[in-house]
Design a protein around this ligand. Sequence first.
Ligand code: SAH
Length: 392
Amino acid sequence: MPRLHLKPGREKSLRQHHPWIFSGAIARVEGEPSSGATVEVLDAQGAFLAWAAFSPQSQIRARAWSFEAKERIDATFFARRIAAAIAARAPWLTGSDAARLVHGEADGLPGLVVDRYGEVLVVQILAAGIEAWRETLVAALLRHTGATVVYERSDAEVRTLEGLPERCGALHGELPEMVEINEDGIRYRVDVAAGQKTGFYLDQRVSRQRVRALAQGREVLNCFCYSGGFSLAALAGGATSVLSLDSSAPALDLARDNLRRNGFAAAQAEWRDADVFSELRRLRDQARSFDLIVLDPPKFAPTAQHAARAARAYKDINLTALKLLRPGGLLATFSCSGGIDAVLFQSIVAGAALDARVEARLIGHFEASPDHATALCFPEGTYLKGLLVQKG
Ligand code: SAH
């Protein structure tokens, strides 16, 4: 069994069960582990720390599978982890036939994401260790879910950091052109093969429920609407109208289709193919106003290095959105940037309110839905945060 010997003092995070081992922490590699191979990780005194998967090309040189010396990393181990991940979701699966079943580090499977859309599973394999156990994991997923299709969407950029090629396609069964899900009574069509992420923003389910509960009688603006998630939730909650903006034509086509299929009146919803930054200004110049605005932009800051530029972008859209709100109106504003933490995000929105000369109160917080759990000792796993703000 190949071994990683850590430098003195570099064992601390592993002892706290943080699963990443950076290349700079490694004093010496014993043996010649191949990409994805299981290695034993030892501290500078030679004491056991973890079993881990070796990623020769990545700065994250290894990811821990287990902190138990007696554990065997084999097919049974992965079947157990998959079963545990699925069992942990049981309380959150009611009301929807779509959910994240495996969320990487939180499920002891760093580098693996599995989303369920009805009978279709979509897997993302983002690290060399998971890649090495691909067939075993797919077999375990099929056994524990009864799914009829498994489709791979390993086209995320992080794969290049692992030295892995992009890979998309069916691993089991045949993918229908569109998959339909039912989330809290709203039907959405999901484009698994060509949609964003694995096809749908499952992490926003609880936020959509909240927006739905707040929408009664309100005129709504949904920025970065994608396939219409928040727009349809607002209409289901009794919004009088929704204006939705996105710069992706295929996303808007899907959103229009979703509106029709749920039987909402076409006149209640307007979809605009537009850049949110300039469209918000245009709406302001036209003196438009709204009772509820959702801002759910893409990741402006993947890492902390991008934080300063991203902060300006967040401030820009929040500032204009606050101006567009009527007094007493609500802003649901989000950031899914790992490089912007919750404290920084709040200070950006506070700065936006100040510059907009708007009195605003913080009503509550949003976070990723519970099927996107994070490991307690792995703060890097927390990415989605949101604020519910009321204009004075
Ligand atoms: N709120 C959505 C998810 C938003 S994802 C949901 O709940 O499903 C971010 C969306 O922003 C994507 O659909 C992308 O097409 C769109 N987008 C990215 N940059 C944009 C821009 N500058 N203007 C308008 N839309 C943009």
